[in-house]
Write a protein that binds this ligand. Structure first.
Ligand code: APR
Length: 320
């Protein structure tokens, strides 16, 4: 049986890490595409040369030609520019929208059956634009945000509770980062919800609030430290978790920026919601009932995403 084909659009910091992880996990043969000449070829060759030591049996190819992504089963999109210190994700909108147009058309023409995972920021608007430009079915185009936001939340909670990250679960909704909505009642340590852990004296509400804020600012914290770019190891790992769920039909329950049309009372918008990811892409949006304070936070997040989508339509008339 042929190995799955994984196309990585963008060979920068995240793209290179994605290629490395996909190879090590033997998820499939990897094609790395970028407009920069030499970069995808160099990264693909460098990773291929790790094969004898790591013992993976996949091929890696770097390219500047969209024709090489033909027939890809998965496309993970990181093409665009990342943040510099002091920039918000939204500052990237104009530049990265043009990139989404080129990438969306490249996928439409060469890999229309792929499951597409967008990572480029501002995420919730870029995944929408990418879907519009590519014309692929909505359930086959998702954005990676919630898996990363919840991983950051889980990491910080595990430090607070001094327990394994594996036993901490987190449930987040909404837009990426700043307007992320953590659902404390559905976030647990081995099934014990966070509000109960406060009552048990494991932590305080103030400390929990600070952890939520640190999670929301998680991307900016890394940008502030790196100074020359944004996070790449954890974002790449999160997207690979999503790709694997699709390729292996795992039916993982993962928070993704997914198309909601009816779910959560929305009439056609990409926003972070819990989904079931399987062989068809988004198999289901897990449409839970929100408490009043959660709904208020979610509404704020939805408004922020709507604002970005409107801005995209203002920049590119073909989207209006
Ligand atoms: N087509 C293909 N690749 C492109 C295009 C394009 N039109 N425009 C830019 N690129 C490539 C760049 O040449 C670069 O190699 O995208 C790559 C981006 O890599 P980095 O600058 O290293 O950015 P990275 O850290 O990987 O982040 C990529 O993900 O998390 C988001 O905010 C982040 O939007 C950013 C994206």
């Amino acid at each position: 049986m042929a190995r799955p084909k994984i196309a990585l659009i963008g060979a920068g910091q995240i793209g290179g890490t994605l290629a490395h992880l996909a190879a090590i996990k033997e998820l499939g043969d990897v094609v790395v595409f970028d407009i920069a000449e030499g970069v995808p070829q160099g990264k693909a060759l460098d990773i291929a040369e790790a094969g004898p030591s790591e013992r993976f049996d996949v091929t890696l190819k770097g390219t500047n030609d969209y024709a090489d992504i033909a027939g890809a089963d998965v496309c993970i999109v990181t093409a665009g520019v990342p943040r510099k210190p002091g920039m918000s994700r939204d500052d990237l909108l104009g530049i990265n929208l043009k990139v989404m147009k080129a990438v969306g058309e490249g996928i439409r023409d060469n890999a229309p059956d792929a499951f597409v995972i967008c990572i480029t920021n501002p995420l919730d608007a870029m995944v929408w634009a990418l879907r519009e430009f590519s014309g692929l079915p909505h359930r086959k185009v998702v954005g990676m945000a919630g898996v990363l936001d919840s991983a950051r939340f889980r990491h910080f909670l595990s430090l607070e509770f001094d327990v394994s990250m594996r036993d901490v679960t987190a449930f987040v909704l909404g837009g990426h980062g700043d307007t992320m909505v953590p659902l404390a009642r559905y976030s647990t340590v081995a099934g014990i919800p966070l509000p109960d852990l406060v009552k048990m004296g494991w932590t305080t509400q103030d400390k929990l609030d600070a952890i939520v804020q640190r999670t929301r600012d998680g991307g900016a914290e890394i940008v502030g430290l790196l100074k020359t770019g944004s996070a790449f190891y954890a974002p790449a790992t999160a997207a690979i978790e999503m790709a694997e769920a699709f390729l292996k039909d795992q039916r993982r329950v993962l928070p993704c920026a997914a198309w909601c049309d009816g779910e959560f009372g929305l009439d056609g918008l990409y926003v972070g919601v819990p989904t079931v990811i399987g062989e068809n892409g988004v198999e289901k949006v897990v449409d839970i009932k929100l408490a009043r304070d959660e709904q208020e936070m979610f509404d704020k997040s939805v408004d922020a995403v709507r604002g970005l989508v409107k801005a995209c339509k203002g920049i590119d008339e073909s989207l209006a």
